[in-house]
Structures are given as C-alpha cells and as structure tokens.
Design a protein around this ligand. Structure first.
Ligand code: ATP
Ligand code: MG
Length: 141
C-alpha cells in the first residue's frame, strides 16, 4: 500500500495533487474522499474534471449521484441508510469499467463493500488553515 502526503498551500497548489493522481485518472478507479465539511472534496473533483476537460454541469435535481461523461461524482453526506444507497442503483455504477468514481463521505459505506476488482485510492483532506490543506493519498487496493 502506497502512501503520499502533499501540502496544498493555496487553490492553485492543487495541481500537485492532480498530477500525483494523473496515472489513476482513468476507468475502473474509485476514489474515496474523506475530510470535514469544507475541506475541499468537491473542489478537488471539480479540478480533476477540469483537467480532463469534462464539464461539470450541476444537476437540476438533488441526487446522491451525478454523472459527467465517464466521471461519476457521489456525495453520501445526506445518506441515511444502506437501503437508500441500494435503492439508488449505486452499485450498478461499478458495472461500467470506463467510469472513474469519486465518493465524498465514503466512510458511510463499509470498506468491505467496495468492488474488489477496482483500483481504490483513499484521499483524506485535512484543513490546516482557511487556505491550506494537507492531502493524504493512500492506495487501498
Ligand atoms: N486550498 C484550498 N483548497 C480547497 N478549498 C479551499 C482552499 N482554500 C479555500 N478553500 C475553500 O474551502 C471550501 C471547500 O469547499 P468544498 O465544497 O470543496 O468542500 P467539501 O469537502 O466538498 O465539503 P462538503 O463536505 O460540505 O461537501 C471552498 O469554499 C473553497 O473556496
Ligand atoms: Mg462536497
């Protein structure tokens, strides 16, 4: 398991993180995004989409899952139960091996439920100050 820690000192400094992830920005990669409210999870997904030239058009209705080309963005913050996630068709996401999947608040789902045959990277963002973040990148599988 590889582990990498990157200090992000400003918004433009996220380039370092995006570069560090670049080899994984392809299908069959799952990213588990952890960090408090306002840590920068959505910011990172937006920067990755930008790097890949994928427009992230906001979904008109609230949903746990939004798809932008082959980038699937999932936010489990409001998830209340496993029944709810099962009912959304969430697990079918992993049938498309061209997709890369980013899951905010991923710890709401038990570690042993993630697809075993996908590459899984956990990204933990810690807020150091209003503008600085410490980003831990761990290869899980
Ligand atoms: N270096 C930085 N990196 C990321 N965000 C920053 C940074 N400096 C300031 N910010 C601000 O912090 C906020 C991060 O919000 P963001 O929505 O990305 O967090 P989040 O982790 O997705 O939160 P939530 O759990 O609520 O979804 C934004 O308002 C952003 O402008
Ligand atoms: Mg968010």
């Amino acid at each position: 398991m590889s582990r990498d820690s990157i200090v992000v000192q400003s918004m433009s400094d996220w380039d370092k993180v995006v570069s560090a992830l670049s080899a994984k920005l392809r299908g069959k990669n799952l990213f588990l995004l952890e960090g408090n409210l306002g840590a920068g999870k959505t910011t990172l997904v937006g920067l990755i989409a930008k790097k890949l030239n994928i427009p992230m058009v906001a979904s008109p209705t609230f949903s746990l899952i939004s798809q932008h080309k082959n980038l699937i963005h999932v936010d489990l913050y409001r998830l209340e139960s496993m029944e709810e996630i099962d009912a959304t068709g969430f697990w079918e996401i992993f049938e498309d091996e061209d997709s890369m999947v980013f899951v905010e608040w991923s710890s709401k789902i038990s570690d042993d439920l993630w697809p075993l045959d996908w590459d899984i990277t956990k990204i933990t963002i810690n807020k150091i100050s209003e503008t600085e973040r410490e980003v831990l990148i761990e290869t899980v599988a």
